[in-house]
Design a protein around this ligand. Structure first.
Ligand SMILES: *Cc1c(COP(=O)(O)O)cnc(C)c1O
Length: 393
């Protein structure tokens, strides 16, 4: 599997070689507990201080605003449940129909577990995946405990106007959370300039390992911990620190800052070449998601009248990795909740493929995908009754 063509970076990324190198000593000689009184543990504590600075630098945050967690999902849960606890008299949450399950299912379960004491407004999107800000403004009320809106969508890469939306929430005195797991490292973020109270990120989406994340909590934001235990993370998240992974995440954030311009030049150019090439060479192929308000690494294309799963299996023969729908919903026959929210027609929603690139992709890889895809799609359509009967309604 050495010659794998990996275009599934919104699902997870390769650990960057420099990240791995930074981590390795913390599995071997530097195994101390950062909370210990001895100098041996203290060295590890200092490494965590540095990692916190590296994360804060990438986000335009202060180090005291950074809490290390176990993943993006934990960060999302912590933010939302914290706001709910801080506002016991408010029983309304505003979110969108296109959130990652980490937010979407949490909101649903909060509603169901409380016997519908909580009300959830899930804002719809148009067919380019964009929100209506007037509808958003109208959804905000005195009863709203928190707004949780993703910065960039994992399936389509569509970017939401977070600065504007956070400012609108602030005007109404409502806490604002953004799941920025897909945005961090791909678009510049400066939290000092934003009215964002909580922001989630995940290590494994930006070339750090799986199982480590960050929750940013703006100074002055009311906060209640989710993991209750020791004094770690200033009592805001109990549990002995995942030291090696935190060191890796710090390094990954430093690299992400250095690579930001590459994301918007090299990666964007490769993505555009792939996207334009596929749309031009394959009939009945449609781009899903806004053309410009979109991450530079993502393109989601529907190949009408065939199944995404079948396309992926044929791509797999050439060791090309991508996704259909979202990884979390594949396996079910329903098109993804994002495609449904965008109103992508049935014949197109089933055949949607997400290509998500990274700085590690090359032009040769894009050329190979462009060479193989037209025959894969044509072959599957030859066997598809939907394709054969497409003009008969
Ligand atoms: C991957 C992802 C998550 C979950 O992060 P984990 O670290 O895997 O828990 C949350 N939100 C978005 C948008 C994601 O893409």
């Amino acid at each position: 599997m050495n010659d794998v063509i990996y275009m599934d970076n919104n699902a997870t990324t390769k650990v960057a070689p420099d990240v791995l190198a930074a981590m390795l000593p913390y599995f071997s000689e530097l195994y101390g507990n950062p909370s210990s009184m001895h100098r041996f543990g203290g060295q590890v504590g200092r490494a965590l201080v540095k990692a916190r600075e590296q994360v804060a630098e990438l986000l335009g945050a202060d180090t005291e605003e950074i809490i290390f967690t176990s993943c993006g999902t934990e960060s999302d849960s912590t933010a939302i449940l914290s706001a709910v606890r801080a506002n016991p008299d408010k029983h309304h949450i505003v979110t969108t129909r296109v959130e990652h399950p980490a937010v979407k299912n949490l909101a649903t379960s909060l509603r169901n577990l409380t016997g519908h004491k909580y009300r959830v407004t899930s804002l719809g999107v148009d067919n380019e995946g964009m929100l209506d800000l007037d509808e958003y403004r109208k959804a905000l009320s005195d009863d709203t405990a928190i707004v949780s809106v993703m910065w960039a969508n994992n399936e389509t890469g569509v970017i939401f106007p977070i600065a504007e939306m956070a400012a609108m929430a602030k005007e109404e005195g409502i806490l604002f959370h953004t799941d920025a797991v897909q945005a961090v490292g791909k678009i510049p973020i400066n939290l000092r300039e934003l009215e964002v109270n909580f922001l989630s990120l995940s290590g494994h989406k930006l070339h750090a390992p799986k199982g480590v994340g960050v929750l940013y909590v703006k100074k002055g934001t009311p906060y209640a911990p989710f993991m209750i235990g020791g004094h770690q993370e200033r009592g805001r998240r109990g549990g002995t620190e995942n030291t090696a992974s935190i060191v890796g995440l710090g390094k990954a954030c430093e690299l992400a800052g250095a690579w930001m311009s590459l994301e918007n030049s090299k990666v964007r150019k490769l993505r555009d070449k792939l996207e334009e090439g596929l749309l031009a060479s394959i009939p009945n192929s449609i781009l899903n998601g806004h053309k410009t308000s979109r991450l530079p690494n993502t393109c989601n294309i529907s190949f009408e009248y065939i199944e995404g799963e079948a396309i992926l299996l044929h791509m797999d023969q050439y060791n090309i990795c991508a996704s259909s729908g979202s990884a979390c919903t594949s396996g079910s026959l329903e098109p993804s909740h994002v495609m449904r929210a965008m109103g992508v027609p049935f014949t197109a929603a089933h055949g949607s493929i997400r290509f998500s690139l990274s700085v590690f992709n090359t032009e040769d890889e894009v050329d190979l995908v462009l060479e193989k895809m037209p025959a894969i799609i044509a072959g599957l359509r030859e066997m598809s009754p939907f394709w054969q009967n497409r003009d008969k309604g």
